[in-house]
Write a protein that binds this ligand. Structure first.
Ligand SMILES: C[S@@+](CC[C@H](N)C(=O)[O-])C[C@H]1O[C@@H](n2cnc3c(N)ncnc32)[C@H](O)[C@@H]1O
Length: 248
């Protein structure tokens, strides 16, 4: 997934149009792709990334050597405060993993300065996050148990209406949303399929539960359904929904 989150983070940060010299908080920073994009594109005064995982915090520290960047072990419910508030509080590909997204957005809004920006983006799991969509549609044909693991079913929040409603109910003003698409290209079928055989996450975990026969049936179904170019490459897009609002 890291292969695609970096270009997404850059598009997301650009879409926000936060003025230069802002103080940012990135919640669920992971390996720091958002702070990296903020430092590259937005000339911030500071960017604080936070994540409950010590391993991610260490990886982010290594990835972003910029002196304006700091990182802390912290998660929603205990987010780091800034005395005068942050100009921008953001999260990328994380909101749907928080135990209570409504409480998380309220907490993030409270940490934002009056007039400051609060924003999130999440994959369009039920629509045009194509490489996962192809996977779960084929997986469900092979084994109907797959339906309950499909992120498209598990994260109904990840739609423009769902996100806008969440932000508005938390008290954000001037709420807007947009689709952001990043190209996801695979050199051939193996390049697409291999990560499902050994990676982490719901899809590889599901593949690990299949018999050899079911696994072969799944890969045959995918070979059939994925759009393959003449040279064997597979060009897909991954769409994310971004949402942003302001603190009154
Ligand atoms: C899919 S990763 C996204 C990481 C990064 N923002 C990106 O765009 O690549 C989701 C992140 O959310 C973090 N996370 C999970 N639960 C969290 C919580 N309760 N509070 C803050 N972060 C959380 C995870 O540790 C993980 O780093």
């Amino acid at each position: 997934m890291g292969r695609w989150s970096r270009p997404l983070a850059r598009e997301f940060v650009g879409w926000l149009e936060v003025p230069v010299s802002a103080n940012w908080l990135d919640v669920g920073t992971g390996t720091g792709v958002v702070p990296e994009a903020v430092c590259d594109l937005s000339d911030p005064a500071s960017v604080l990334g936070c994540d409950p995982s010590e391993a991610f915090v260490a990886a982010a520290r290594e990835r972003v050597p910029d002196p304006r960047f700091e990182v802390a072990v912290a998660g929603v419910g205990d987010l780091p405060r800034r005395e005068r508030g942050y100009d921008a509080v953001v999260s990328c590909l994380a909101l749907n993993f928080f135990p209570h997204p409504d409480a998380a957005v309220e907490e993030q809004l409270e940490l934002t300065k009056p007039g400051g920006v609060i924003a999130a983006c999440v994959w369009d799991y039920s629509g045009e996050m194509q490489f996962l969509r192809y996977f779960w549609d084929a997986a469900t044909r092979v084994d109907p148990r797959a339906a309950e693991l499909d992120e498209g079913q598990r994260f109904p929040l990840c739609t423009p209406d769902g996100l806008e409603k969440l932000f508005e109910e938390a008290g954000a003003r001037s709420v807007r949303s947009a689709g952001i698409e990043v190209p996801t290209s695979f050199s051939d079928f193996d390049d697409y399929w291999r990560p499902f055989l050994g990676g982490t996450g719901p899809a590889p975990s599901f593949v690990a539960t299949l018999s050899e026969q079911q696994r072969d049936a799944l890969s045959a179904d995918l070979r059939e359904s994925l759009p393959e170019g003449e040279d064997g490459s597979i060009a897909l897009v991954a769409r994310a929904w971004a949402v942003a609002g302001r603190r009154a």
